[in-house]
Design a protein around this ligand. Sequence first.
Ligand SMILES: [Zn+2]
Length: 139
Amino acid sequence: MYGLKTESSFDSAHFLADYHGKCENLHGHRWRVVAYIEQDSLGESGTERDMVLDFGEFKAALRGLTARLDHTFLVEEGTLRPETVTCLEGEGFTLTMLPFRTTAENLARWFFDRMSEQGLPVSQVDVYETPLNCATYRR
Ligand SMILES: [Zn+2]
C-alpha cells in the first residue's frame, strides 16, 4: 500500500450546544487538518507515473476546503435563534452553517467526505483542535 499525507490549517470560532463546560461558550481554535490517501498501486503513465497522485492536486484539494472554513464562525444548524443569525450576518460576520455538532470528530468526517467526493482515495483525516488533542475519521 502506498500513501501520501498532507496538512493544512484554518482559524475559526465555534461553540458546542448542549455541552456543560467551557466549550459551550463561543471560542476559537487554530484547527490543524492532516489528510492521508492510500492506494494499492502507483500511476502507470503521464505526470502521475510512479506516484499515488500529484501532490499538488492533493494539497490544493485540502487547502480549498480549509479556505472555505477559515475565519468563519462554525455553527451547528438550529443552535442559534434565527434572529441571532440575522444579527451576526447583519454585522458582517461570516457564518458557516453545518448540519452537525461542530466537534473535531465531525469536522474530520466532513473533510473526509468532501475529499472523497472529489475522487481522492482518502483513507484518514485527523483534526487537531489543540496541539495535543486530535480526532480521527477513517472508513
Ligand atoms: Zn472548541
